[in-house]
Design a protein around this ligand. Structure first.
Ligand SMILES: [Fe+2]
Length: 512
C-alpha cells in the first residue's frame, strides 16, 4: 500500500472513530442544560427550596448538580452551597433545601452542571416568627397555554413582591384545538412522559420563567394537573386502577417541576398515590398562611352526569339531595380537622390559599331551602363542608380570615357568611378569587346575572385575564385587581382595574 493511500485510510478510520465522538461531545456541550429556568419556593424564616431540572439529550442516569446561594447578585458573598444528584427516575429535577438561613432577607441562587451554569434567581426567607412584618404578594392561577400569552407573568415579574401564590391549573391536560392561539405538543395526557413534556413546554415560556426567578412561590394544584373535575377516586373519563395510575403519573410530574420540598415527593401504592400538599406558613407575626388541597381527598361529585364515571355539572338543588349530604367533604375530614384546629388566634391575619371560589354562587334565584342552581365542582357542590369551615371561623373568632382562590377564570370579590341568604348573617371573612392568567372565562353577561342573584358577591369580571396584587400590614389588606389589556399579545400592557381593602377587625372587602 502506498504511503499516501495508507495515510488516507488512517485518516478515514480516525475520522470514523473520532467524528461521532467529537460530534456527540460538541452537541452535548451546546445543548442548554437549564432550558426550563430556575425557581424557588416554600419560604420559611430559616430555609426555602431551590428548583431546576436538567434538559437535553444524552443525560446520564444521575448527574451531580452544584447550587449556591448568595447575599448579593454578583455571587461574591456566598452563604450556602451544596450538591444534589439529578436522577433520570425523577426527570433530572433538582430540589435543593438550604437551611439555617437568616430570616427576612433576599438571596440570589444558581446551579451548575455538565459545564454549564443556570441563570440566577432571586428569592427570600420569611421574616422571623416574632418580627413585625409587611407582605406584598400576588395570587395567580389557570395558565392554559393554548388560550393566551403570559403578559400577566411578564408584568408581575417587574413588581416589588415578596411572594407569589399559585393556586392551581399550572398545566392543562387537553390537546390543542385546531384554532389554538399557540399549540401544545402531544395528545390528552395519559402517561408520565406526556405530563413531563407538557410541563417542559409550559416552562419554556420566558415570562413564566422570569416570574419564577424573581420571587419565591407557594404552589398548590387543582384539577387540570391531573384531569378535569377529578375527585379522590375518579376522573371524568377514568376510574379504578386506570385513574389511580393516571393520578400517580400526574403527581410525580407535578413534584418534578415544582419548587417544593423533597419530603413532598409522592409515594405510590395500589390504592393510589399520595402527596401531602396542605401545609402552613408564617410571615413574621403578621400572618399565618394555610395552603389547602381540595382535590386529593374530596368525595366524588354529587349527582355526576349520566354516562360518565365522574365529573361536574350545573344542577338544580331540588334535583340533587346529595348536595346537602353532611357525610361528603371537599377537603376530606382529616384536612378539615387540621384546618379547624390550626387557625391562628394570635397573628392579626389568617390567609387561606386554596383552589376555587368559596362564596355561594347560584345560577338561579334562591327562594328558600333546596332552591337555586349550582356547579358541583366548587364549594357549592360541597356546601356542608363550607358550613363546617366557616362555622369554626365564627366559633373560634378567627381574626381576619381572607380566602384566596382561582379556578373559575373570573375576578370575584365577596363576603363570606354562614347564611348567604340572610342579610343579617354576619360577615365572617373576606374572599378574593383571582381571574386566570390566560384560560378563557365565562361571558360577562353570565357573570352579571350571577352578581344579581348573589348579593354577597361585590364584584365579578369573567371577561378579564390577569392576577391580583396585595399589600398586607397589621392594619389592612389592600387588593389591586390586575387586568391584561390584550391576552393574545405576549407584550400587552397590564393595568390596575379596581381596588378593594379589608380593614383589620372589620371582615368584608370595601371598594377603595
Ligand atoms: Fe382553570
Amino acid at each position: 500500500m502506498n504511503p499516501q493511500r495508507r495515510q488516507l485510510l488512517q485518516a478515514g478510520a480516525a475520522s470514523l472513530l473520532a467524528a461521532p465522538l467529537f460530534v456527540r461531545h460538541a452537541r452535548a456541550a451546546d445543548v442548554p442544560r437549564f432550558a426550563l429556568g430556575v425557581a424557588s419556593g416554600q419560604p420559611r424564616a430559616d430555609r426555602l427550596v431551590l428548583w431546576t431540572r436538567l434538559t437535553g439529550i444524552d443525560l446520564p442516569p444521575s448527574v451531580p448538580v452544584q447550587w449556591e446561594l448568595s447575599h448579593d447578585e454578583a455571587f461574591t458573598d456566598i452563604v450556602a452551597r451544596g450538591t444534589e444528584t439529578a436522577e433520570a427516575a425523577w426527570a433530572h429535577s433538582v430540589h435543593a433545601e438550604p437551611s439555617a438561613l437568616g430570616p427576612g432577607r433576599w438571596y440570589w441562587y444558581r446551579f451548575s452542571a455538565l459545564g454549564q451554569r443556570s441563570p440566577a434567581g432571586r428569592t427570600r426567607t420569611a421574616p422571623a416568627d416574632d418580627a413585625a412584618a409587611t407582605l406584598q404578594f400576588a395570587i395567580a392561577s389557570c395558565q392554559r397555554w393554548d388560550h393566551g400569552h403570559y403578559a400577566a407573568w411578564r408584568h408581575m415579574a417587574t413588581q416589588p413582591l415578596d411572594l407569589v401564590m399559585f393556586l392551581g391549573d399550572y398545566i392543562y391536560e387537553y390537546p390543542s384545538p385546531p384554532d389554538a392561539l399557540r399549540r401544545v405538543d402531544g395528545p390528552l395526557l395519559r402517561t408520565l412522559a406526556q405530563y413531563r413534556e407538557r410541563y417542559a413546554q409550559y416552562k419554556s415560556d420566558e415570562a413564566l420563567q422570569a416570574a419564577h426567578a424573581a420571587f419565591p412561590w407557594l404552589v398548590i394544584w387543582d384539577d387540570h394537573e391531573v384531569e378535569n373535575d377529578h375527585s379522590r377516586e375518579r376522573g371524568q373519563t377514568l376510574s379504578g386502577a386506570a385513574f389511580q395510575a393516571l393520578r400517580a403519573a400526574a403527581y410525580q410530574a407535578w413534584w418534578e417541576h415544582m419548587p417544593v420540598a423533597k419530603a413532598m415527593r409522592p409515594t405510590f401504592s395500589p390504592a393510589g398515590p399520595s402527596l401531602r400538599l396542605y401545609d402552613r406558613f408564617h410571615w413574621g407575626r403578621l400572618a399565618r398562611i394555610h395552603a389547602l388541597d381540595d382535590r386529593q381527598y374530596r368525595d366524588p361529585h354529587a349527582c355526576p352526569p349520566l354516562l360518565r364515571p365522574g365529573g361536574s355539572q350545573v344542577i338544580m338543588a331540588v334535583d340533587c339531595a346529595e348536595l346537602q349530604d353532611p357525610q361528603r367533604s371537599l377537603l376530606g375530614f382529616e384536612q378539615e380537622r387540621w384546618l379547624a384546629e390550626g387557625w391562628d388566634l394570635q397573628r392579626p391575619w389568617n390567609l387561606l390559599a386554596q383552589q376555587t371560589l368559596m362564596a355561594r354562587l347560584s345560577r338561579q334565584a334562591v327562594t328558600g331551602p333546596n332552591t337555586g342552581e349550582f356547579w358541583t365542582d366548587g364549594w357549592d357542590g360541597y356546601a356542608p363542608s363550607r358550613t363546617r369551615l366557616l362555622g369554626a371561623v365564627a366559633e373560634r373568632r378567627v381574626p381576619n380570615m381572607v380566602v384566596l382562590g382561582g379556578d373559575v377564570h373570573a375576578h370575584y370579590v365577596a363576603d363570606l357568611k354562614l347564611d348567604f341568604d340572610d342579610p343579617k348573617s354576619p360577615v365572617l371573612a373576606s374572599e378574593f378569587c383571582g381571574t386566570s392568567i390566560s384560560s378563557h372565562g365565562p361571558s360577562q353577561k353570565q357573570v352579571n346575572q350571577r352578581l344579581r342573584l348573589n348579593p354577597h358577591v361585590h364584584h365579578g369580571r369573567g371577561d378579564q385575564r390577569g392576577y391580583i396584587g396585595f399589600t398586607l400590614d397589621e392594619r389592612a389588606l389592600q387588593a389591586t385587581l390586575m387586568v391584561v389589556d390584550r391576552p393574545n399579545d405576549a407584550t400587552s400592557p397590564v393595568r390596575a382595574d379596581v381596588r378593594f381593602a379589608v380593614e383589620a377587625g372589620r371582615p368584608g372587602p370595601q371598594r377603595a
